[in-house]
Design a protein around this ligand. Sequence first.
Ligand code: AVJ
Length: 342
Amino acid sequence: MLRFDQAPGSGPARTATLASGDAEAEALWELRTALQRTPPEVPCKYFYDDRGSELFEQITRLPEYYPTRTERALLVAQAGAIVEEAGGARLSEVVELGSGAASKTVALLEAALRSGGRPRYVAVDISAHALARTRELLAKARPEVPVDEVLADYTKDLRLLPALGGGRRLALFLGGTIGNDEDPEAIRLLERIRNQLAPGDLLLLGANLVTDPAVIHAAYNDSAGVTAEFNRNILRSVNALARSTFDPAQFEHYAPYVVDRQRIEMWLVPRKDLVVDLGRIGGRLELRRWEAIRTEISRRFTREQVTHLLEMAGFSPERWLESPDGRFGLALGRALASLGGL
Ligand code: AVJ
């Protein structure tokens, strides 16, 4: 239960993920609202402080965590086809939301270069650490591709500069991150992306697909304990932002695949009754033993569900690509003209 003694404070930005004092005050409000829910929640974007981004990179290399390598193989195999669909040599810009370490994007940029284009790459991420890794990786792999970095929280708003020279734009939303949201929020996010595109531009959307529950379970319960560490780290990230007193060691990682909801749920379960001083969030959080905090949902979809999300957000589904094992899908959607008024 959340107790209020004071309003959340604001002040100078303390972390790289929050560019302004305003954004910081907003984050404190968002955390307060989320922790007030039953069950209490911490929004999953707070995973991605510098340490969290680093831990996620480690996760992508774990033998159990199949999504990254499955999606990468699919992208590498289909990069030529995707680029052709996106305008070939006329593709002038690849914009990636949640660029992370961008290791998958190089294949697409190489395909664009092969088709005679001169693409620029725009990386949008909430983590300054992730953006720096992106820059490093691209400078090494493809120094001729200009890179723009945008430090932004695209779950809040998204404003891109118009594409240069009237060329085509390809937006990427990969990794299965769309699965972190329920349908209404997922559709709003895709709509926001579409509003930044010109009619005819493309979105490539990566989605985890419904598959063997045991395989999914293992991916979020790795034997090295990296995912558990990643989960607990969200509390450190909140502490740094809010000067709260969560003790990560007092929480257990619990991440079941809930078969009938087709989603992983990540929880942090207190081993004993706790009182946490919420610092600049305001008040205290009283948790009983086993009264868990939800930190993430990560959904699995069917092809039909992914197509439906695209359509609801104003894209016409153009192409569906699926990994040979059926665990991961990429949907290409073309931005339709806005109906106006949005
Ligand atoms: C980065 C959101 C795609 O949902 O699989 C990995 C995050 N959480 N292990 C996912 C995550 C636990 C990941 N995404």
